[in-house]
Design a protein around this ligand. Structure first.
Ligand SMILES: [Zn+2]
Length: 393
């Protein structure tokens, strides 16, 4: 089975110049060769090599193996559509193979440039770091994003039966008004649950008052006590059903797309001031804990990872531009960025941030775009649970 890993490169300023130079030169060479191939109507790599190898070497001063890659790429692209002459952007992804690149441990890769080899540091997520030795890298592409970040996309062969890591994450924001809001824009309303809670609360108060009156009359309000207990059980059952239902939908939404699920790390939840005080008081902690637990175990059953992200500022940061300000959140429901003007539902913005944070350093990406370097760390919920159970015994 083949996977594409995305390694975030951390080139120095000097290395960036070298990488950009070789990338531009390579694409320039590809454009030149494409024009020759198109003029000759030739899609055969070996013929092109025979005709243009030396010219490519002298015109563009590319290392020999890069010329070979240039020939293969132009022939391959041209073969796909013979009616047009292929063109390549100056910053188009550049192929690297084993002869012009080499991994040096788990944090550096040596890449051939016009000035010789450069040793560039890279980041890899914990999941793939542990398994990287077992992967057999096949083919790599050097990629620069519009925001100037460099990546190496590495196609690796992994043994069959390896659990497939996610290509993306479904960010899930848990709240009061909306029990769960996801980064794909789905809202699972807590309206029914909240109405139920209020109804039961009113009923409970009435019962308590009746019990009090009965006690004053010197009676033992046994029936009322029993009714109170029954009410509490019924409410718990209703919440449990709701939580089952929502968690099932969340996991199904992620599974359907091959995504993992990203949640806020529970250990931070007490320190955040996301909710106004009255709300915090009425919201019951166990109901939330239960929803999280249901999501985690249903995800585990479905074989998809749950990552926990640092929740700091998820509700205050703009998911469009990253600007963090308290004023970005003018009301419980609304998000309005003071810097870029992006306006959306507050919970949806938070879910977007949760997803972005999970994607940062998320090792595996197919066609990554728009991932924002907002977050700090993240970890798999299962790793955390394991750690937790290990340390608590
Ligand atoms: Zn903004």
């Amino acid at each position: 089975m083949e996977l594409t890993l995305q390694l975030k490169l951390l080139p120095t300023a000097e290395q960036t110049i070298s990488l950009r130079a070789v990338m531009m030169r390579f694409n320039e060479a590809c454009n030149w060769l494409a024009a020759q191939a198109f003029a000759q109507q030739c899609t055969n790599k070996l013929t092109l090599q025979r005709l243009y190898y030396h010219e490519l070497r002298t015109l563009f001063h590319l290392p020999s193996q890069m010329v070979v890659r240039c020939l293969a790429r132009v022939a391959g692209t041209y073969r796909r559509d013979k009616t047009i002459c292929p063109t390549f952007r100056p910053d188009a992804a550049m192929p690297y193979d084993q002869r012009i690149m080499r991994f040096d441990g788990l944090d550096h890769v040596s890449l051939t440039t016009l000035q010789g080899r450069v040793l560039v540091a890279f980041l890899i997520g914990p999941y793939h770091r542990q398994r990287f030795d077992a992967y057999a890298p096949r083919q790599c592409h050097l990629v620069v994003r519009e925001d100037g970040q460099w990546f190496l996309l590495v196609v690796v062969q992994v043994p069959d039966g390896t659990p497939i890591p996610p290509t993306d994450f479904l960010g899930v924001d848990l709240g009061v008004v909306h029990l769960a809001t996801t980064s794909d824009g789905t809202t699972h309303s807590g309206g029914a649950m909240e109405a139920c809670r209020t109804r039961y609360q009113t009923y409970r108060r009435r019962l308590q008052r009746a019990a009090h009156v009965a006690q004053m009359d010197g009676k033992r309000p046994k029936n009322i006590r029993r009714a109170l207990k029954r009410t509490a059980r019924r409410e718990a059952r209703f919440r449990k059903d709701t939580n089952h239902c929502i968690s099932k939908k969340l996991v199904a939404a992620a599974t359907g797309n091959g995504h993992g699920i990203a949640l806020e790390d529970l250990t931070y939840i007490r320190t955040r001031t996301r909710f106004r005080k009255p709300q915090r008081a009425t919201m019951s902690g166990w109901a939330f804990a239960q929803l999280r637990f249901f999501v985690e175990y249903k995800a585990a059953l479905a074989g998809i990872p749950v990552v926990l992200i640092d929740p700091r500022n998820t509700s205050r940061a703009c998911s469009a531009c990253g600007h963090i300000a308290k004023a970005n959140r003018p009301s419980q429901a609304r998000f309005s960025c003071q810097q870029c003007g992006y306006t959306t539902h507050a919970d949806f913005n938070a879910a977007q941030n949760i997803r972005s944070r999970a994607r940062v350093n998320a090792p595996l990406v197919a066609g990554a775009s728009g991932a924002m370097p907002l977050g700090m760390g993240w970890q798999y919920a299962s790793d955390k649970l394991r750690h937790f159970s290990a340390s608590s015994h």
